[in-house]
Design a protein around this ligand. Sequence first.
Ligand SMILES: [Ca+2]
Length: 484
Amino acid sequence: MFLKTINSILTLAFLNIQLSCQVSDQKNTTPNVLMISIDDLNDWIGILGAHPDVKTPNIDRLANEGILFVNAHCQAPICGPSRASIMSGFRPSTTGIYGQIKDENLRKGSKLMESVRFLPQYFKDHGYKTIGIGKIFHNHAPKGVFEVSGGRVTGFGPRPDKAFKWSNKGTSTDWGPYPERDSLMSDYRYAYWARKQLQEKHDRPFFMAVGFIRPHVPWHAPKKWFDLYQPDQVTLPYYLPNDFDDLPEIAKRVAYKGMMPTTEWAIQSGEWKNIVQAYLACISFVDHQVGIVLDALQNSNYKNNTIVVLWSDHGYELGEKGSFGKHTLWSESTRVPLIFNLPWRDKKMKIQQAVELLDVYPTLIDLTRLPKNESNEGKSLVPLFTKPEDPSVVAITTYGKNNHSLVNSRYRYISYEDGSEELYDLKDDPGERNNLSKTIALDSVKKSMRFQLPKINAEWKYGSNHTVNDYFLNTSKQSKKSNK
Ligand SMILES: [Ca+2]
């Protein structure tokens, strides 16, 4: 018995030494980075539990083996400025990039942006090979950011000649099963291009970015993905018709999306369940493409030495707040999936503290042990892997100049350019229905969150005198024009 125990102790000690050697071996080699971005995916992934029907086995697998941030938020609830922020490491309120912007214009007319090193470039500066395909920045990427670029198919994937439901209204919004096969979708091409890159031999560590475009509109995907969900059985989000009664006027203007269906229209036309089915179908389709890339990594020489990060650029409303789309400063538009998967770490984690997509840049630098980029406005999330969380830390989302939404582990506070406010107690009201900004008992909460508002509110980088409303109406007109 005694000998047996000694034997077990020795075996355990040996295993421990072996394990710690493996860990340090992996830490001593320079890890690769695989960054997967998804377009317009809200928190509807299986593991986040925000929608009971959604099927995302591949993203769930990544999260189940890694670190899932359950309270992650974008810096802007719209593609261009959100991605500009992730890639530059600056807040929209610092750069003045509040609206959509072409990649080639990102650096123009701004001293700050002229000198910025975009995330992949920072890795390139430190000896990495940069590889990218699809929608990473608003379009694909500014010239020279990726040494090996697969580019991006213009637009948002194939569309039928005839609109199914909506595109006659002058936008790219539409829904229905199309085209016939996955191989006709842009995202399929991106997945297989990335797979090929992972099968090749690279002479340096790589930073690879793969940017998928679903579930961005139009909500088209092959029929087999629609067949995963039955429209008559899908769970519809909760909608409260008089929800806006306690909102300031400016909040209603921000929420107004002229080119998109309203919830009332969706109810009356009977299309709501079809829209939800289509959005879910597009999520499961894109999840499958993510799986192709993850499997390729698993089957490659890089599986033990590649950090994976997955994020979506912002959330999406599916009728909860009167319409369909993004733009707003509530949870549906700000909350995003954010997952890190580290090859040397087995322990899975769910982190509740509020974090920002702005933190991706400094976190990747920290994980790969590159020197700190002093211009990063975000913070490394690595300390959260070992230290206790701070429930008072806020994540900030900005829409237009001086409209900010702050969320911590308990409250959401919104401050608009005209001084209007909203406050929600997420413990009792996770749907953000009951605006408590005039509740005197919560003045101290508002005060402490006000204190954490960004100190800089840069002018719009393009154009001037934009209020949120002007901005929205302008983009609405432009979008109608470009679709003619
Ligand atoms: Ca309300």
